[in-house]
Structures are given as C-alpha cells and as structure tokens.
Write a protein that binds this ligand. Structure first.
Ligand code: SAH
Length: 249
C-alpha cells in the first residue's frame, strides 16, 4: 500500500482532478490541510472514512497516521491545498515515509496561482510584455534565500505571483518599488480565489495598500504584479494568419 498525495485545488470543490476525486472517494483515511482546503471537498469521501485535520498535527503525528493506515491495508489520501509542489511541505513528508519504507503516489492539483489568473481572466505570459512568471514569497517565519529577495526579482519586471505575504502588503509594495517597478505598475490581490467568498482588489503599486486594508485581507491571498495586468498587449505569432508552422503551412 502506498500513500496518495492529492492536490485539492484552490477552493472550488469541482477543481480537483478526476483522478484525485476517485482516490478521495475510495479513501479509508484522509489527512487534509484544514487551514486552506475547502471542507466541502470532503463531501466526496465515502461514509465511515476517517478524517484528520493536519492543522492540528505535527509532522510526526501525520506520518504516524499514514503508517498506521498503510499497515492496516487502508487507502490513505493526503489532501493538500492547490498543488503540493508549491509551498506544500511534501518533501519532508516523503523523506519521513522513505525512512519507514512507505511508498507514495502523487496526483497534481490546480494551484491557487492558476485559480487566481482564471478569476481575473488573464495570461501571465503576454507576448512581448512578459514571457516568464516568478512564483515567490516574502520571508516570514520561514526564511527565503537572500539571492531570492523581492527586490532582486523585481529587477526583471516580469510577471510575479507572491504567496504567503499579503499580511505585509505594504512591505511587499515598498520592496517591489525599491527593486525597480514604477508606481504605475498594475497589481492585483486575489483573496480565496475560486471560493464562494473570493475577493479581487485591483490597483497600482501606488494605491493598492489602502485598498487591500479596506477589504480587511490579511491571509489566503495572492499578490499578482506586472504589466501582464495592464492595457498593453500583443497578439501571439502562433495564431497569426501569416505565421507558418508545423501544423499550419
Ligand atoms: N500549495 C498551495 C499553496 C500553499 S501556501 C497552492 O498550490 O496554491 C498557502 C498560500 O497559498 C496562502 O497563504 C495564499 O498565499 C495562497 N493561497 C492558497 N489558496 C489560495 C486561494 N484560494 N486564493 C488565494 N491564495 C491562496
């Protein structure tokens, strides 16, 4: 028996993959990240499924529940918010499982940065405006390597999504400007993307801070910044009628 890591998606209970849904509906034991996973998604669990909220557990306790389940021949699902490869603390879990000789499978989820771009209906990679996306966070209790400072990424002036930092939006904005973004750069804050109580706040680096404070947003939000949110755009070559390629001569 293996542990099944499943990405729950950003919130909307229908944004889990079919594969993730199947695993969840067959699970005997589910450990879910209660601080962020929409509990409605647990409606997919079968009757009698044993449910643990990892918000109240430490790493050792999580691994103990996994090990016990596997030893009893049960189907164990570890349900993580968004996708586990982004700030998912999956590495430490799989290392601990390895020590106990337990294998695992991974079923990806829709990360919240994708839920947020869908909420806004935007493309991160607008031709000639930006062709790269930086996913980062500001340091909090978890440090960030010094080479990955907000200022240093801001020098690229490409699309950025900043996780886990909205509680210090004023500091983030200051550091983006210090790094070289102009005050007119568009920025958006998406709170609980794809949830029923989703909120979207749009502005520029100059005026976003009071807007976010007014809405009382201080957690579960993403900061999106860059000219991909602006009025300027270009059409892609891919669908240009004069652009020939492998499939369209
Ligand atoms: N693995 C998750 C991220 C976990 S870190 C993913 O792929 O999305 C937790 C942070 O993610 C939160 O502090 C917030 O910045 C962001 N987040 C998670 N769900 C969100 C949502 N629905 N809307 C906006 N931000 C979200």
């Amino acid at each position: 028996m293996k542990i099944h890591f499943v990405g729950a998606g950003p919130g909307d209970k229908e944004l889990i993959t079919l594969k993730g849904y199947k695993l969840l509906s067959e699970a005997d034991v589910v450990i879910y990240a209660g601080s962020l996973v929409n509990p409605e998604i647990l409606d997919y669990c079968k009757e009698g499924c044993e449910i643990h909220n990892s918000a109240y557990m430490n790493l050792g306790e999580i691994i103990d529940v996994m090990e016990k389940g596997v030893k009893e021949g049960k189907c164990v699902v570890r349900l993580q918010t968004g996708d586990f490869s982004i700030y998912g603390s999956i590495r430490e879990q799989v290392e601990e499982l390895a020590k106990r000789g337990i294998g695992y499978t991974c079923t990806p989820g829709v990360s919240s940065f994708l839920g947020a771009s869908s909420a806004l209906g935007v493309e991160y990679t607008v031709p000639e405006i930006s062709q790269s996306l930086i996913i980062t966070r500001m340091e909090g209790r978890t440090p960030v390597p010094p080479k990955e400072s907000i200022e240093s990424f801001a020098t690229h002036q490409t699309s950025m999504v900043i996780f886990l930092s909205v509680q210090e939006i004023d500091k983030v904005v200051k550091r983006l400007i210090d790094g070289g973004y102009s005050e007119t750069t568009p920025i958006a804050v998406v709170y609980k993307a794809t949830w029923k109580n989703q909120k979207i706040v749009k502005g520029t680096l100059k005026d976003i801070v009071p807007k976010v404070k007014e809405e009382g947003i201080n957690k579960t939000a993403l900061i999106m910044v860059g000219n991909f949110l602006g009025e300027e755009y270009n059409y892609s070559k891919l669908y240009d009628k004069d652009f020939k390629h492998e499939y369209r001569k």
